[in-house]
Unconditional design. Structure first.
Length: 474
């Protein structure tokens, strides 16, 4: 039985610049299947890293001749690329079994099977155990009814088996299958933040989140639970990537790291192992956690944390309350200043296109961002991703005007507000970026900043056409 994991050909989110991340999701799945059954032949094809377009992908599938294809499905905006990959496989050989999973297809499992005949199986929820069970069940020609977490067709009828319980101990997972892409591992990079020589890899320190923001699918997808790997296990993974592959720049992918005892212990582990002089890592965190646990910021910086990204989102507490964000705007500047005082690059994200937004509220947001003054600001349009409370509300209320999944990338407006058309929401996004990055003083201070990440970022952005790319969307 041969299983081919594919990261499809795709365009990158231009806001990130020259950005090529490793396909962490399928590397975790591949490593798990490989560790549990040595009789399964595993191969990973990352079309980005290998420079494989659609014509070459066809030839590679023909040459590899897999029994099963599992396509990466990182984000809703990649849905049609996943479908194109599976459709291509079916044209080559209708007997190839095709598998998808992830948050988008979990939320829309039934609809996806009804609409897209190229999909054979949808894995709902956590994927490792279900995928292994599916592959072994197919190989042994056993009934699919026993595979928990699986949705599929049976004589034209959609079958949704019971959901599989979540794993209790994430430390039991094998290290991600970076060895399966070792030939191309030096190609991964995040040039806006670090030299290509540093490389780039991602580490999953936990799954889920304790918060229930209305625009985020983490709570629903992970069953309302937050499960963490131990500090030692996280450090093991970081050290493995650094020592085995020479990668120095790591992103801990958690939606919220959670500044607490676990983070302090992780820093202790990294410092003890003597790798922090070379290692650089970054995380996402909440403003309230940064303030509450600010005492560990010096240790984080010492351990190699050079960059923290905060989801500050809005300039008014009412909108934050409506998002169920449970943070305060009064904490925004204080939390950013704490990071800067510890020489940690302070990035913040902000949401435009809230249902109540008007031209006046967007002016207020831009003034707020200039006041709190993050080292880097990313503005995103409120997007109703499947699997979120926002999606259910927007669908029920008829707010959604664009159902093309390709545009669900947080830079295309798919909904109007009560006061702005979609075109006006799009224009306001451009004005946010123009207000922030159009400041000559901010650009000059960034280019000559004492913080090396800020210098690298602004020197890189000086040669990029971000504003023009955003202008072209309008």
């Amino acid at each position: 039985m041969k299983v081919l994991f594919i990261e499809p050909p795709k365009l990158f989110w231009f806001v990130m610049g020259e950005y090529l991340p490793p396909p962490l999701g399928i590397l975790e799945l591949a490593a798990y299947v490989e560790s549990k059954d040595k009789n399964i032949d595993i191969e990973v094809l990352d079309c980005q890293a290998e420079g494989v377009g659609w014509d070459k992908l066809k030839k590679r599938i023909e040459a590899l001749n897999p029994d099963i294809i599992v396509s990466s499905a990182l984000a809703t905006c990649n849905t049609y690329l996943v479908l194109r990959t599976l459709e291509l496989a079916k044209k080559i050989d209708p007997e190839i079994k095709t598998v998808v999973g992830g948050q988008h297809f979990t939320a829309l499992a039934r609809e996806s099977l009804e609409m897209y005949p190229e999909i054979d199986f949808v894995i709902r929820g956590e994927g490792e155990e279900t995928l292994l069970d599916l592959v072994q069940t197919l190989h042994q020609n056993k009934p699919l009814s026993s595979v928990q977490g699986l949705s599929f067709r049976d004589n034209g009828k959609i079958i949704e088996n019971s959901l599989r319980p979540l794993m209790e101990n994430l430390d039991d997972l094998p290290l991600p299958g970076y060895h399966l892409i070792e030939e191309h591992i030096k190609k991964y990079h995040f040039k806006m933040m670090a030299s290509s020589k540093a490389g780039y890899a991602m580490v999953e320190a936990s799954r889920g989140c304790v918060h229930r923001c209305t625009f985020c699918s983490q709570w629903e997808h992970w069953g309302g639970r937050w499960r963490t790997k131990s500090p030692k296990r996280i450090a093991d993974e970081m050290e493995y990537i650094y020592r085995e592959f020479g990668i120095k720049f790591l992103w801990l992918t958690d939606d919220n790291l959670g500044f607490m005892k676990r983070t302090s212990e992780l820093c202790d582990e990294l410092i003890r192992r003597g790798i922090t002089d070379d290692l650089m890592w970054f995380v996402q965190a909440r403003s309230d956690d940064i303030i509450k646990h600010s005492n560990i910021l010096p240790k984080m910086r010492k351990a190699g944390c050079y960059w923290v990204m905060e989801g500050l989102e809005r300039h008014d507490d009412v909108a934050l309350q409506n998002f169920n964000k449970n943070i305060k705007t009064s904490d925004s500047k204080f939390s950013l200043d704490l990071l800067k005082e510890n020489d940690i690059f302070a990035q913040a994200t902000f949401i435009t296109g809230d249902r109540k937004d008007s031209h006046e509220s967007m002016i207020a947001l831009r003034e707020f961002v200039n006041h709190v003054d993050p080292d880097l600001a990313i503005f995103m349009i409120l997007t109703p991703f499947p699997g979120t409370e926002l999606y259910e509300t927007a669908k029920r209320e008829g707010w959604i005007e664009d159902e093309n999944w390709t545009n669900y990338d947080m830079v295309h407006a798919v909904m109007p507000t009560e006061h702005l058309s979609r075109e006006e929401v799009q224009e306001e996004l451009y004005q946010c970026y123009r207000s922030y990055y159009g400041s000559l003083g901010r650009r000059i201070s960034g280019i000559f900043s004492r913080n090396k990440f800020k210098r690298t970022t602004y020197q890189y952005m000086a040669g990029q056409g971000l504003l023009q790319s955003l202008r072209d969307l309008i």
